[in-house]
Design a protein around this ligand. Structure first.
Ligand SMILES: Nc1nc2c(ncn2[C@@H]2O[C@H](COP(=O)(O)OP(=O)(O)OP(=O)(O)O)[C@@H](O)[C@H]2O)c(=O)[nH]1
Ligand SMILES: [Mg+2]
Length: 350
């Protein structure tokens, strides 16, 4: 079951066909344009309902098991000794947990083992799951929709992290919950990027504001204005991928943020960073850099169904605890789930 917290239950949005009066005429809000040729045919019909929570949890487990199994194998022996802690230290570091979180977990675990008077490695493993769950708990926070109308959500990240796909999945979940969504194609560099987002808009039968070439900030201004004029619940802004080291592109993101704020003085309400779960320790660098530029409110960690080692969430929890709203476990519409610290800790040790 997918759920995110909604403060209020907004009334159904009036589908006014008008653009906001103060929007520059260059930008055309369009309703779900034709799909890009490279994508499979789309239909206005809603796709099949999301898979049950358990099935995607198994995919997360099998994804993490492929690389995270090093942690679980530490506990296959019969004794609790210094060798076990040393092996565990190496396994946590190998799983991208980073030095700080690894040291924290080892100290915490030793304390728990002493307190519980644990004598079996299996019991130590269960205590480690508790320690990891407690470390990750501050990252577990629901996305709140409904406090503002529209709730403006800006999405950023490095190239290919899974921004556009995650926006498509998120749109589906929001729409399933009865929220009206408008997409802003602020990745104006590539025609393919606009078309890709348009396909997701079409699949979800939601409106999209797009512009050929031009200024991404202008698209965002128009999208937020149109979202207000049309009474949408959510405006989702897709931005072009960029590295934190590309300073002019980071400045462009800051500009988008400022312009969104001009269109709606309380926006953006959420600034999300999408991180490819395979990024390893570099993920922490990305969180820090994007947080400094944009004041992040949340993260989406994608591709946890693949070869991701998973420990990087421990590093993020320890060093830059930005909430993880969602995790991506596949390429399909339903492959996005809310983050649960305990489930994740258990998947990491499975
Ligand atoms: N296996 C898997 N693949 C994913 C997931 N999320 C995204 N992808 C794939 O990752 C690739 C890149 O996804 P996009 O959504 O285009 O990434 P992006 O961040 O928008 O990329 P740019 O706009 O080019 O920066 C696509 O092939 C997606 O299908 C996921 O959770 N699991
Ligand atoms: Mg994209």
């Amino acid at each position: 079951m997918f759920s995110f917290f909604r403060k209020k239950n907004p009334a159904p949005a009036p589908e006014a066909p008008v653009v906001t009066p103060d929007a520059p005429p260059a930008v055309e809000p369009v309703a779900a344009p034709a799909p890009a040729p490279e994508h499979p045919p789309t239909s206005a019909a809603r796709p099949a309902p999301a898979a049950p929570r358990e099935s995607w949890l198994n995919r997360l487990k099998s994804g993490l098991r492929r690389t995270g199994s090093g942690i679980a194998t530490v506990f296959t022996g019969t004794r609790i000794d210094e060798d076990l802690y040393e092996e565990l230290e190496a396994a946590l570091l190998m799983a991208d947990s980073g030095v700080s979180a690894t040291q924290h977990l080892l100290t915490d675990l030793r304390r728990r083992v002493k307190e519980a008077k644990a004598t079996e490695p299996a019991a130590v493993k269960a205590l480690l799951a508790d320690a990891i769950a407690d470390l990750l708990k501050p990252l577990q926070k629901p996305l709140v929709i409904g406090e503002h109308k529209p709730t403006v959500i800006m999405v950023a990240g490095v190239n290919g992290a899974g921004k556009t796909t995650s926006i498509g999945k998120l749109t589906r979940h929001l729409a399933d919950d009865g929220a009206s969504v408008l997409l802003a194609a602020a990745d104006t560099f590539r025609a393919a990027a606009r078309e890709q987002l348009a396909v997701w808009a079409d699949r979800n039968t939601v409106d999209i504001v797009t512009q050929e070439g031009g200024d991404p900030a202008a698209v965002c201004f128009d999208a937020v204005s149109a979202g207000k004029a049309r009474g949408k619940d959510v405006v989702l802004v897709d931005t072009a991928g960029r590295l934190p080291t590309q300073l002019h592109l980071m400045e462009e993101l800051r500009k988008i943020r400022r312009v969104v704020n001009k269109a709606d003085a309380s926006a953006p309400h959420e600034v999300l960073l999408v991180i490819d779960g395979n990024t390893g320790q570099n993920a922490l660098t990305q969180v820090k850099a994007f947080d400094e530029a944009l004041q992040l409110t949340g993260l989406i960690i994608t591709k946890l169904d693949g070869t991701a080692k998973g420990g990087v969430l421990c590093a993020i929890a320890r060093e830059r605890p930005v909430p993880v709203y969602f995790i991506g476990v596949g390429e399909k519409l339903e492959d996005l789930e809310t983050f649960d610290a305990r489930e994740y800790a258990q998947a990491l040790l499975s």
